[in-house]
Design a protein around this ligand. Structure first.
Ligand SMILES: [Mg+2]
Length: 360
């Protein structure tokens, strides 16, 4: 497919807009439901969603009202609680698989600042307020392509709103994913034009991340992993390991969480490898590395990476760790790399030796 960049819309793709519209309802002193229902109504009529506010206050000057809200201390706010739960895991998975991640949508310049403060796993975060052009204008998508830094047909644009996301992105030559999320995502999900113009139609960002990042295991390794209970959509609770290891000085990274969610707890039965003399089973239980904190800290410091435990390998339970880029290491008296997933998992299942790192 040669896809290199995933570009995400913001409102109702990454952000749940409930608090945003509730803020306007509070300011205009009407029930939150009134604003939400009116927003739905005007958008379904093909109008700008700000028209919902003008239906409530026909003389409303939105820019002036925004300034007044800011001055009154009830301006635009945005924090982690406004993100949909799959945003961090999906963006992390895509970046670990080598995708550049662009976040760009119709939002204020302030929303851009607030979003960047969330430190999302993204390479670019920008808004229409900052760019001076908004969707569905073709010039907005020109900016997306510039931010992506590659030809448009190597970019997947993801959004909930067919008229703001899907159709103009397609017209600009991008590949497209329609997300069935939020009012517009649901309203138009089954529209024939959406079906015709979306390369992917998904119910969550993880569905898209899975579709764009096939596991890539050989049939032999795939079978061993599946027999042990793995699937690409495996979603294991990892909190117990974090709760155990974080107080012991380990720094939790997005890459470690992504790995443990999918592979944590696996204890595969490794088939005999011909005449291999010593069996090297592995178990992906990070707690088995407890007591070896110093090794992770010292090796991490020497290679300038943050190493987090993921399990052990071999009869002597040598530790395995993962860095923030998803590279997997043997963390012992020496340091050796297995590379990244899927190559690292292939090597472990097939009992291939990791490459020893010569560190001065
Ligand atoms: Mg949107």
């Amino acid at each position: 497919m040669n896809l290199r960049v995933v570009a995400f819309d913001i409102g109702e793709t990454l952000l749940n807009d409930t608090r945003y519209w509730a803020g306007w309802a509070h300011w205009l002193q009407v029930p939150a439901h009134t604003v939400s229902a009116l927003v739905g109504a005007v958008v379904a009529q093909g109008r700008d969603n700000a028209d919902a506010l003008r239906l409530i206050r026909p003389d409303l000057d939105i820019a002036a009202a925004n300034a007044a809200r800011e001055a009154a201390g009830c301006g635009e706010e945005l924090d982690e609680s406004d993100l949909y739960g799959d945003v961090r895991p999906a963006l992390t998975k895509l970046r670990l698989a080598g995708f550049r991640v662009v976040v760009a949508g119709n939002q204020s310049a302030k929303a851009g600042q607030l979003l960047r403060a969330l430190d999302l796993p993204a390479d670019v975060v920008a808004t229409s307020g900052e760019w001076g052009t908004a969707k569905p204008s073709p010039s907005f998508f020109t900016r997306v392509i510039e931010a992506a830094g590659c030809p448009p047909d190597q970019i997947v644009h993801v959004g909930d709103h067919p008229h703001h996301d899907l159709y103009p992105a397609r017209a600009a030559g991008l590949r497209t994913a329609h997300l069935r999320r939020g009012p517009w995502g649901h309203l138009w999900a089954e529209h024939p034009d959406v079906a015709a113009q979306a390369d992917w139609r998904v119910d969550s960002l993880m569905d898209l991340a899975y579709a764009l990042t096939p596991p890539g295991f050989s049939p032999e390794v795939d079978r061993v992993l599946r027999d042990a209970g793995w699937s690409q959509q495996r979603w294991t609770g990892y909190d117990v390991w974090i709760d155990y290891l974080a107080p012991r000085g380990f720094t939790v990274t997005d890459a470690a969480v992504d790995f443990l969610r999918e592979f944590g707890g696996l204890d595969p039965v490794i088939p005999a490898q011909g005449t291999a003399p010593a069996h090297q089973p592995f178990e992906l239980d990070p707690a088995l590395c407890g007591g070896h904190e110093h090794r992770f800290t010292q090796w991490g410091r020497r290679i300038g990476r943050t190493l987090f435990p993921i399990g052990v390998v071999g009869p002597n339970h040598q530790c395995l760790g993962i860095d923030e880029h998803g590279e997997i290491y043997l963390v012992d008296e020496h340091l050796a790399t297995y590379g990244r997933v899927p190559r690292a998992i292939e090597a472990l299942v097939l009992e291939r030796k990791p490459r020893r790192l010569d560190i001065g």
